[in-house]
Design a protein around this ligand. Structure first.
Ligand code: PLP
Length: 333
């Protein structure tokens, strides 16, 4: 069996430290350890944010990052909202390209890829700073070769609709920050144990939002419906890309609120499709909603054709099989 997603790492990574006044020159170091003071801000007060993007190998041997600029902008925004030291977007871009270039010859071929995990966190040794930002920080670019996400075929996901709680504090939703995942772990673990759900679809006050680590989209005929951007949830680059491709295909894009009631009504229709979107899978099909002890099959319970068409369109650009008309790829090698 192949190693679980994200458990194998390339042996080196680019790293830089902010000492309170300047960033150190980026260095390539061993990726199996870093040294931190036990009082480091991140370990106590979760001053951390990260990104997830991928590099792809094309048939001609060239290697390309997908929408790197969008991920860097989101990382800079996360850092600002966490009051971490300001990152230079140029430095981040150089370090990502340098790390991917270092391992360009080992980037797996499609459907595999090199998953890139830029990470920024507060390092100041100051446990008295529970309510003060860390003046020092560290930024590194860890990478992990990953295989086919759908190696076992498309598995229809079971989602528990949770309208009583929320994934994280509403003002934190659009920050890709460690604390948000810790916050969602309890509800997700209980959903797994109690109703064998794969994920929880958080629907605070009946408003369908997202799962623990992926955005949610509903497809009904020619219409694609997903929550409009606000600060309560993570603005996925995959979500954005899929909406652009759906528009290119002539689909109707509805970015708006959708209630649990409307979701269950629409899901009962034969042509309805639901999916989770994110960098790891692009689109993963949802087969069942679980709500208040009852199970609801989405459409006919099979993988939807429109979902597959969108996933293929995005993969084709990433894999160099279709023209990159939106300028989403950055060549590294
Ligand atoms: C990373 C993430 C997503 C998906 O974002 P992509 O940029 O598409 O990978 C969605 N929701 C949450 C909570 C996430 O952490």
């Amino acid at each position: 069996m192949a190693a679980a997603f994200g458990t194998v790492f390339m042996p080196e990574m680019a790293i830089s430290w902010f000492d309170g006044s300047r960033w150190s020159p980026s260095e390539m170091v061993q990726s199996n350890s870093i040294s931190l003071h036990p009082g480091a801000h991140v370990l106590h007060y979760s001053s951390t944010c990260f990104e997830g993007l991928k590099a792809f190998r094309h048939d001609d041997g060239s290697v390309h990052l997908f929408r790197m600029d969008k991920n860097i902008a989101r990382l800079a925004q996360s850092s600002r909202l966490l009051y971490l030291p300001e990152l230079s977007e140029e430095m981040v871009s150089d370090m990502i390209k340098e790390t991917v270039a270092r391992f360009a010859d080992e980037v797996p071929s499609p459907p595999g890829s090199l998953y890139v995990r830029p990470t920024h966190f507060g390092t100041e040794a100051a446990i008295g700073k529970a309510a003060v930002a860390s003046s020092e920080s560290c930024f590194f670019v860890l990478t992990s070769p990953v295989g086919d996400y759908f190696a076992g075929g498309d598995k229809m996901l079971r989602l528990l609709l949770e309208d009583n709680g929320m994934r994280c504090a509403p003002h934190m939703g659009m920050i890709k920050s460690g604390g948000n995942y810790a916050s969602a772990l309890g509800p997700i673990s209980r959903a797994r144990d109690d109703v064998q759900a794969d994920q929880v679809l958080f629907c605070p006050n009946g408003d369908v939002q997202e799962t623990g680590a992926a955005n949610f989209i509903l497809i009904d005929g020619n219409e694609i419906i997903t929550k409009a951007l606000d600060e309560s949830f993570l603005h996925g680059v995959t979500r954005d890309s899929l909406l652009i491709l759906a528009k290119d295909m002539g689909m109707t894009i509805s970015e708006r609120d959708i209630s649990v009631t409307e979701l269950l009504e629409r899901a009962a229709k034969p042509g309805c499709e639901a999916a989770l979107s994110g960098t790891a899978a692009v689109l993963a099909p949802v087969g069942t909603f679980i709500y208040q002890g009852k199970e609801y099959t989405v459409g006919d319970g099979q993988v939807g054709q429109t979902m597959l068409k969108l996933r293929t369109a995005l993969n084709d650009i990433q894999w160099g099989k279709a023209e990159d008309t939106h300028g989403w790829l950055t060549r590294v090698k």
